[in-house]
Design a protein around this ligand. Structure first.
Ligand code: ADQ
Length: 482
């Protein structure tokens, strides 16, 4: 029947995501356990800490096909939340993770159809790895638990769980864009994947436009009955709720970092070392969706056409190594490094180096020091589910100053309306908006920043989970604060 209001009593939260909160590494001396670094892990950790429960995910260790379950580790020191490690084989990492997830679904959902590799063996492997996660999940949860599945890696998990446990409470959060139906339809296994998602009770995306795309896609490809007004799909005798909940950040954490004297001092040192009058920053995983080569072209165009800025502007690009086994990412790295070399070769003057480039992850306090030091942050992806860097930059600088230049193709642009916008496909437009931002009056900068800061604080990570939980337990959404 239709979704009835659920009681939250005794319902434990069980999270499942591709990577878990810890990465394990075996050596002669034993097993090293370190926290995993990703936007998803930073978002879910405070939630599981507060709610308690369980988290199923891969811990980075490889095994033989018969090794399904790994270790169980406490997440908190209150003994109320545990990580259950999934073991993958080398072949599974290549076919399921690097292959179908990151070389097929990732580019497809970001509208890079020409980059998508469609390989039936990888799809078969994706299905069996999803069954493997479901097996661990079924063993580590019971039918009263709230099972919260994350991202495009695990779209078939609901199918395997629903088959064993018809009454299960399942919700999926899709962290990347959901493309238009004609793009999604190019996936040879589009229908099986959609049926997998529809085994959930609640499917959540970052924006209304992804919700719209999803609803039209299930109508067109599955002939499902859809109510667009309430965001419901009627499927197999169940009502599936589909809604938008843009993820937020733990702004208090960034604000706390930003007030620390040693971090403020570090920020000052960074600014001084960069030289010139203005420091501009980009922070991304090195991914072709993030528009890094396009951003560099904009900087090159700026230095070429506005020579008066050559010694005044320094641009720091921090790129986190990502998916380094995938060819498209290796090609991108070469392209970026070649551009940085070319631009610095052309425009270095009197020892002022215009582009600084870091290819490594940063500690959070150093990352925040960079956010603090930057007069402007360029978040100019070609396509992005949401983009947390934009919100982190605002959370860090909300009480100080800073200008955000945002791509309209980032999901965050729906909320961060007072940011300057530029089309990343146009280096000229991007360069002109950078200059506009640098020349903006202090009053206008402050007005825009305060309005952005208010939104980031209102729709933070706590709001995000509360809103999802509310929709999940009642089947209806709560109003998004304006
Ligand atoms: P990502 O594509 O990884 O996330 P993003 O949302 O920007 O993109 O999150 C990146 C995270 O990594 C941020 O929290 C940032 O602080 C951190 N980070 C970036 N550079 C770093 C560095 N050099 N060192 C350390 N940490 C660094 C996916 C989707 C996004 C969506 C998120 C969350 O692609 O669209 O916003 O999930 O749903």
């Amino acid at each position: 029947g239709l979704l009835k209001p659920l009681s939250n009593l005794d319902r434990r939260l069980v999270v499942v995501s591709n990577r878990g909160p810890f990465t394990l590494k075996d050596s002669d001396k034993g097993t090293d356990i370190v926290p995993s670094v990703s936007g998803l892990v930073s978002a879910l950790t405070p939630i599981i800490n507060q709610e308690g429960g369980a988290w199923v995910g891969w811990g980075g260790r490889l095994g033989k096909p018969e090794d399904v379950f790994g270790r169980t580790l406490p997440i908190t020191n209150r003994n109320n939340a545990f990580f259950h490690e999934v073991i993958l084989t080398q072949e599974e990492v290549e076919a399921f993770y690097e292959g179908l997830s990151n070389s097929c679904l990732w580019p497809l959902c970001h509208n890079f159809v020409e980059k998508s590799i469609f390989d039936i063996e990888q799809w078969t492997n994706y299905r069996s790895v999803n069954a493997k996660y479901a097996k661990t999940l079924l063993r580590k949860s019971n039918s009263r638990d709230l099972i919260w599945i994350h991202d495009y890696h695990l779209a078939l998990v609901p199918t395997f769980v629903r088959a064993e446990r018809p009454q299960a409470q399942l919700s999926l959060f899709w962290h990347i864009p959901f493309p238009a139906p004609e793009i999604f339809a190019t996936l040879p296994w589009s229908r099986e994947l959609l049926r997998g998602m529809l085994n959930c009770n609640l499917i959540a995306f970052h924006t209304e436009s992804y919700v719209r795309n999803f609803l039209i896609t299930v109508e067109e490809l599955l002939d499902a009955k859809v109510d667009h007004l309430t965001g419901s799909v009627f499927w197999m005798g169940r009502k599936v709720k589909v809604a938008a909940f843009p993820i937020g950040v733990d702004w208090k954490e960034f604000e706390a970092f930003a007030t620390k004297p040693e971090i403020r001092q570090k920020a000052q040192q960074l600014k001084q070392a960069a030289g010139g009058d203005y420091l501009i920053l980009g922070v991304d995983r090195l991914d072709y969706t993030k528009g890094i080569p396009e951003r560099l072209k904009a900087m090159e165009w700026l230095f070429e056409n506005y020579p008066e800025y050559r010694r005044k502007v320094t641009f720091i690009q921090i790129a986190v190594p990502s998916r380094t086994q995938v060819t498209a990412y290796q090609d991108l790295r070469r392209e970026v490094e070649e551009s940085v070399g070319r631009i610095n070769g052309r425009f270095t003057e009197d020892h002022h180096i215009p582009i600084r480039y870091l290819f490594k992850p940063l500690r959070k306090d150093h990352l925040v020091a960079h956010y603090l030091a930057a007069d402007m942050c360029l978040v100019t992806p070609l396509r992005d589910g949401l983009n947390l860097v934009a919100k982190e930059y605002i959370a860090t600088n909300g009480n100080y100053s800073g200008t955000l230049l945002l791509s309209p193709f980032a999901g965050a642009a729906n909320q961060l309306k007072e940011a300057l916008q530029a089309n990343p496909y146009s280096p000229q437009e991007t360069a002109q908006k950078i200059i506009k931002g640098l020349q903006m009056s202090e009053g206008e900068k402050k007005r825009r920043l305060h309005s952005l800061y208010k939104g980031v604080k209102e729709q933070d990570i706590t709001w995000w989970w509360k809103a999802i939980k509310q929709a999940w337990l009642t089947g209806s959404t709560i109003a998004v604060p304006k």
